[in-house]
Write a protein that binds this ligand. Structure first.
Ligand SMILES: [Mg+2]
Length: 275
């Protein structure tokens, strides 16, 4: 009997070792640790939190779109150009709120990929940003058309229009929507719009929503270009805040957005001004 008990204990011991050294289990544990080290989206946390939860964000959007009404009223009084009037707006983080996508990246500990982004866009579930809809409806009442120039890809044309229409944005149709074709610069799409329209105001969360001159993010981070062109701010162009992502990130990574995530993380800290 004693021998039988000893043998049973020995067998249980062997089974326990076998379970603990299961190669699949080991691999899974290692890969999840590795994933956590390499892909860390926590850098998005505060900016996304601010974008979604701060009343200040709501206030600055409302303030901007309120000011937009004053600008178009003023321009319509002054302007006698015969072309039809238009405002050019960017879409993402200008009229539509995609912060849920950033939150998804944080909670799933993933980063932006064009596939993940398309999956989000195809849901057509982005909400309108504060003040945007009210302003564009106001502009329409004043006879001003809306032109949407966005760097969403052409393969999201239908889902983008579905999203805009669901929220009742005016002029949400193929002739008023200019998505990205072969190049990401918005320059040529703006020029095409200017052939037909008198654009009285541009609104975007990126300086390049107004002009390609801001594409050059030099060692001065394009702040010198802003200084030189500050006269257009609040007159021809309204800029909205986007701390989550944008062209502003480029010089942080020396214009190489494809750097490994760990390197990007180091560069974010290295560029800070401190004492
Ligand atoms: Mg944008």
């Amino acid at each position: 009997m004693k021998t039988f008990i000893k043998l049973s204990i020995f067998i249980v011991f062997l089974i326990t070792i076998a379970c603990n050294t299961n190669p699949n289990k080991e691999t899974n544990t290692n890969s999840s640790i590795k994933t956590e080290k390499i892909v860390n989206s926590d850098y998005l946390l505060m900016s996304t939190l601010w974008f979604q939860k701060s009343a200040e964000m709501q206030a600055v959007y409302l303030q901007t779109y309120h000011f937009a009404k004053l600008i178009i009223d003023n321009k319509l009084n002054l302007n006698n150009n015969d072309k039809p009037k238009a405002v050019v707006v960017d879409i993402d983080e200008t009229v539509l709120d995609n912060s849920s996508f950033e939150a998804h990246c944080i909670t799933k500990n993933t980063s932006y990929t064009s596939e993940e982004w398309k999956a989000w866009v195809d849901k057509s579930e982005a909400k309108a940003l504060p003040g945007a809809l009210d302003f564009l409806k106001y502009a329409k009442e004043k006879g001003v058309e809306t032109i949407y120039i966005s760097n969403r890809k052409k393969n999201t044309q239908v889902s983008t229009l579905t999203n805009l229409r669901k929220l009742e944005f005016p002029f949400a149709d193929d002739t008023h929507l200019f998505l990205r074709d072969s190049v990401s610069t918005k320059r040529y799409r703006r020029e095409a719009v200017l052939d037909k329209y008198d654009v009285i105001l541009y609104i975007g969360d990126n300086l390049t929503d107004y002009s390609e001159i801001f594409e050059n993010r030099n060692s001065k981070l394009a702040k010198d270009i802003v200084e030189k062109n500050k006269a257009v701010l609040g007159v021809d162009f309204l800029i909205l805040p986007n701390p989550m992502y944008g062209e502003w990130e480029k010089p942080v990574f020396d214009n190489n957005m494809r750097l490994p995530k760990a390197e990007k993380d180091s560069l974010r800290k290295a560029i800070l001004n401190t004492y």
